[in-house]
Design a protein around this ligand. Structure first.
Ligand SMILES: Cc1cc2nc3c(=O)[nH]c(=O)nc-3n(C[C@H](O)[C@H](O)[C@H](O)COP(=O)(O)O)c2cc1C
Length: 166
């Protein structure tokens, strides 16, 4: 049983995934900063990625019993995403990993992140424009990178809800 969904969100995507999960699995969603879980209860940790690192994961792991990590990024999710997430973040085998595409909004970012992403978005847009045929999520990333704002095609949590019910 999952006691809580603990999330860390800069511009709202992880909060949205956490709230969708909370409604579906009937466990409270709490921001990492103020989260409190009794008696070592299991949590799902939802956070955004910064250069491939799941933000706040070490802090969350020190405080909570993490049964699953949901990493949220602006990139398209591929069949390699889970393995890359596990490796970059040293996630133990006994924790599940789910990779989701989130939204992007450069206008909501704190200034240092805005400056980093202004440059990064140019690189991302150029890479995707030269790729040719794009899938739906890659197309969404291209919109995010070229306009500074965008959402994923879907906010899908079905597989996470099915895992939590096991
Ligand atoms: C400084 C910075 C670094 C980022 N690095 C990555 C990254 O390595 N991979 C990725 O897919 N998305 C990256 N993103 C995009 C965010 O992870 C993405 O927009 C996510 O949906 C944000 O979640 P939030 O709205 O809950 O803050 C980065 C964003 C910022 C601001």
């Amino acid at each position: 049983m999952i006691s809580a969904i603990v999330y860390n969100s800069c511009t709202g995507s992880c909060k949205k995934y956490a709230e969708l999960l909370s409604a579906a699995i009937h466990a409270p969603a709490m921001p990492l900063k103020s989260a409190y879980v009794r008696d070592g209860g299991k949590i799902i940790y939802v956070s955004w990625i910064f250069a491939g690192k799941v933000c706040g994961l070490e802090k969350a792991a020190a405080k909570f019993n993490i049964a699953a990590v949901v990493q949220v990024g602006m990139s398209a999710v591929s069949d390699k995403s889970e393995a890359v997430c596990r490796e970059k973040n040293s996630i133990p085998r006994n924790a599940a990993v789910f990779c989701r595409q989130g939204g992007f909004n450069i206008n909501k970012l704190p200034l240092p992140f805005k400056l980093i992403m202004k440059l990064k978005c140019k690189e991302i847009a150029a890479r995707l424009e030269s790729k040719g045929q794009l899938n739906e999520q890659e197309q969404a990333t291209l919109t995010m990178a070229s306009t500074g704002v965008g959402e994923p095609p879907r906010w899908d949590i079905d597989d996470i809800v099915a895992w939590a019910a096991k």
